[in-house]
Every structure is written in C-alpha cells, then in structure tokens.
Design a protein around this ligand. Structure first.
Ligand SMILES: Cc1cc2nc3c(=O)[nH]c(=O)nc-3n(C[C@H](O)[C@H](O)[C@H](O)COP(=O)(O)O)c2cc1C
Length: 496
C-alpha cells in the first residue's frame, strides 16, 4: 500500500451553511485552492485595483494582500468574483439551492393534514431562525478606538480620475426614525480625512430616506454604523434590493439558516454584526453636504462629482486581527457581477410570486444590471409583454431597468445570442418598441435630467391575431427528431 503524497491536501472541505466570520471563509477558500496570498508590498493607490481586475478577467482565485503599503491590515478582494465563490459565501454549492428554498417558501400552502404540517416544519424553522440575536460580547469589539483614524485602513484608490480613496464594500446601518426598523445598504464612502467620509446613499435608497425623515422630524444628527467584513453573507445582503422595512440581517439569517449575531455599538444606539472585522461608529448631520466624486463606477464610466452627506466617525471598533474586505467596480465584468447574479437568481422566485407568468430573467453583466433586462414569459393574453414591462418598472429597484426585452418562454434568456436571434426576428421595429419615462438610476449619465429618463420596452413575443397581427407566423426551424437522432449516431461513425 503506498502512502499518500505529503502534498496531498486530503478531501476538499464541504461548504458549511453558515460562516462564523471572514477568517473562516478565507481558510475555506485557501483549502479549496481559491485564494492567493500576496506577500509582496503593493500600493493601495491603483496597483491593487489593476491587479484585482486582471484576476477577475482571468477567473483567478480571491486575493489576500498581506502587505498593503501604508497599512498594517491585510486586504481581501475578489472573494465573491465567481459564481462558485459567490455561492460558497452564501453557504451553498450553487445559488439555485437558495432560489429553490425561496421558491418553496413562497409557494407554501396552508397545511391541510398532519403530514403536510410535518413537511412544513423545516420551512417554518428556517424562517424562525432568521431573526437576528443580540449578544453581549463580540469579536468586532475586541479593540475599541475612541480616537479613530481612517488613515490606518488600507483603503483603495481604484481609478486614476477618482476624487480620492473609497471604502467600496461598506455595510451602512441606519434605523427608520419612525418605525425603528433597521436598514443595511452598501453605499460607497469617499475618505476625506481620518474622521470623515462621504456617504453616497443615492436619491432612491433607504439610507437616504432615513436621513430625509430624520430632518423632517427636526433632528440634526442621525446615528450611522458601518460594518466591514464579517460573515461574507452579510455584505451580499447589504447589496440585495429588499423592500424598505425588511431587515437585511434577517434575510442574511434566512440564507445562513442561523441568526445573525448582533452587538450594541459602543457609542451610538445601533447594533452591528458581531462577526464584523471593523465597525465605524458615527453620525450624519442632516444639513451637511460636501463634494463627493468623481468615482470610477460599475457602469464603466466615472460617476460625476456631486454633493452628498458627510459621515463623521466617532469611534472604530475592530477585531484583534481584522481583515479589510473590499472590491473594485469598473467596466464589466468585475467582482460585483457575481453579486448581481446572486440577486437575479434569488429574487426571481419573489418576482414570480407576483408574476407567475415570468419563466426566467437575465440581467446581462454587460448591461451593468440596470441597463438591460431580458425576460421570458408564458404569454396568456394580448399585449401581455407590455404589462410585464410596466409591472417590472413598478417593482422596487427594477424601476432602474433602462431596457426590457420580453420574449416567449421557449427562448433561453440565459443565452443572450439566442435572444438577439429570436427577438430581432420577432419584432416590427415600429410596432413592438415602446417608451416610458420615470425615475432612472442616478448613475445614468445619458438621461436628459439627473435621475429621470426614458425607458425602452421591446415586445419580442410571437404576435397574435388578437393583437392585430393578421399575417401567418412561421415556426422556428427544428430538425425532425428521428432523423436528428439517426444522424447524431452517423456523425459519430463518420467522425464528424
Ligand atoms: C459594490 C457595490 C457598490 C455600491 N455602491 C452604491 C453606492 O455608492 N450608492 C448607492 O446608493 N448604492 C450602491 N450600491 C447599490 C446598493 O447597495 C443597492 O441598491 C442596495 O439594494 C441598496 O439598499 P437599500 O435599498 O437598503 O438602500 C452598490 C452596490 C454594490 C454591489
């Protein structure tokens, strides 16, 4: 019997449903050969960004920069940059596992018998365990710095024309001043100096609404906490387009099948994830604005400088040995492509709950998520495709979709080439293309006005007589199945 070679890493570890913290995820990625440590000193100004982008394009592992110039903290980037790592971050082998669980939940019928009740238990347990849990002691408060200095963090400058360094993967935590419900959003933060940053919550986002409401109530300062790192599911949840009023940490608890542990901040009345690597505690003054930007954005263009609120950091708490987790955005594909795909997959069952006629949806990465939505439907009545466009434009952040293309459910929207072929054959460019107007992503530089613009709907479904189409509609070409099967065998014999 021969001994295993010394280098044999042994069986690959299984994906746990929940991560305790970021170091646990880093160790896992390393054990799976999906993490590269870089021990050479690298500059956070442009150099790490350029390296990270190359790594994404090459499908390379996540990168852990152990020596970032000017900081003593290691920096993790590209942890989510492939579908596989994105899935692992959410505690599954593939995102579809979560999509199926969400579908099962939204399709649940009231149990009619004992057996049904028993079958229901795991689903109910999963929802029950989602509620965050308060703990008294937390790793994110191992060190408390009441004289904070953001200059110690290895914050990246990602593009040459950027207004400065930006914290690109923050989880910004605020509380609804009326209801007390929590919001967690990822809004980039330009670092101005050791104690202040920009707070880029855009016009339509929940953090911004909390600030507007705080001002309406006559309050001057709104407490804000920013968590960095921690269980990787948390950052995904911060980017997810949940309805205003639904706690992103509850959603994270559902995904990880275990409550997110939260701890009270040291200097403000908010709770933060116990597993976070860093927490910035502070406030936003509702009347203070400062120039923010430009910033090399996920559209692949610079978003222009504009006035945004200022975040004042009053304390930093952290782990003893924290990792600074970050990301780079820019011309697609970048790391955020995987975060967007996760949202596309996990939110499809929720859309289907309201619109069961939707078969599938693809937000192609090149469409930077809000520019292009390909959706397939089981068409049930005349002009159904137009109804779907208007419905989607009315659904939360789907309002930002600049162009929606609707095809029949026999078109695979995950294959954009097939959509181009089928959709362009199916449309009369005058009859089937229509426009709407409304709020648009504030990053859209082409719209006539800031945050307001045109939207394009394309009905590329097969046209019906009841829609006024009187000509004959041809079939899509398909080989005779029997001949095809015979010729498949013959092709093999012929070596074709
Ligand atoms: C890497 C990354 C950076 C983001 N930066 C911003 C930002 O600077 N401002 C913003 O309003 N949204 C930004 N977003 C999008 C929001 O995080 C997203 O729309 C989220 O659902 C907002 O949450 P909310 O609805 O709770 O406000 C970013 C998303 C990602 C993935």
């Amino acid at each position: 019997m021969s001994a295993a070679p010394l280098t044999d890493p042994g069986p690959a570890p299984a994906v746990p449903a929940a991560w305790d913290d970021l170091p646990a995820f880093v160790r896992f990625l390393e054990a799976r050969g999906e993490l590269r440590r870089i021990s050479r000193e690298i500059d956070p100004v442009l150099e790490i960004s350029a390296l990270a982008q190359r790594a994404v394009r090459a499908g390379a592992p996540a990168l852990l920069f152990e020596r970032v110039k000017g900081s003593r903290y290691p920096l993790l980037i590209n942890a989510y940059a492939t579908r596989r790592r994105m899935s692992w971050a959410l505690g599954v082998n593939d995102l579809e596992e979560h999509a199926r669980a969400i579908l099962a939940l939204v399709k649940s019928q009231p149990p009619s018998g004992l057996l049904d009740k028993v079958r229901m238990l795991p689903k109910l347990a999963r929802v029950a365990t989602a509620t965050p849990k308060i703990v008294r002691h937390a790793p994110c408060q191992e060190v408390v710095e009441t004289e904070p200095d953001l200059g110690k963090l290895p914050v990246l400058t990602t593009w040459p024309g950027d207004g400065g360094p930006y914290i690109t993967a923050p989880m910004v935590i605020t509380r609804d001043p009326d209801k007390g419900s929590r919001n967690v959003g990822c809004y980039r933060m330009q670092v101005y100096d050791g104690r202040t940053t920009g707070m880029h919550w855009q016009l339509h986002k929940t953090g911004r609404r909390h600030m507007r409401r705080t001002k309406e109530l006559g309050q001057q300062r709104m407490p804000v906490a920013v968590a960095l790192g921690g269980d990787p599911v948390l950052f995904y949840a911060a980017t997810a387009p949940l309805p205003d009023g639904i706690d992103e940490f509850l959603f994270a608890g559902f995904l990880r099948r275990k409550p997110v542990e939260l701890v009270k901040c040291k200097t403000i009345d908010l709770e933060v994830p116990a597993s976070a690597d860093f927490v910035l505690e502070g406030y936003v003054d509702v009347d203070e604005l400062r120039r923010e930007g430009p910033f090399g954005d996920h559209t692949g263009y610079y978003s222009l400088a504009d006035d945004y609120p200022v975040f004042h950091v009053t304390a930093v708490t952290r782990r003893e040995s924290p990792i600074y987790a970050t990301t780079v955005v820019g011309p697609p594909p970048q790391e955020d492509a995987s975060l967007g795909k996760a949202t596309e997959r996990l939110f499809l069952p929720l859309l289907q709950m309201t619109f069961p006629e939707i078969a599938d949806m693809n937000l192609p990465v090149e469409g930077v998520f809000h520019n292009l939505c390909l959706v397939s439907i089981k068409k049930e009545y005349p002009h159904h495709a137009r109804k779907i466009c208007h419905s989607l434009w009315g659904m939360g952040q789907m309002m930002f979709a600049k162009c929606i293309v609707v095809v029949d459910d026999d078109v695979d929207v995950q294959n954009p080439g097939e959509v181009v072929w089928r959709a362009l054959n199916n449309i009369d460019a005058k009859r089937d293309v229509f426009f709407a107007e409304g709020p648009i992503d504030v990053l859209d530089h082409a719209s006539q006005a800031f945050g307001f613009g045109g939207k394009l709907g394309i009905d590329a479904t097969r046209k019906w007589k009841d829609e006024g189409f009187t000509r004959e509609w041809p079939e899509v070409l398909k080989m005779d199945p029997a001949v095809d099967a015979r010729m498949a065998a013959m092709a093999k014999e012929l070596g074709l």
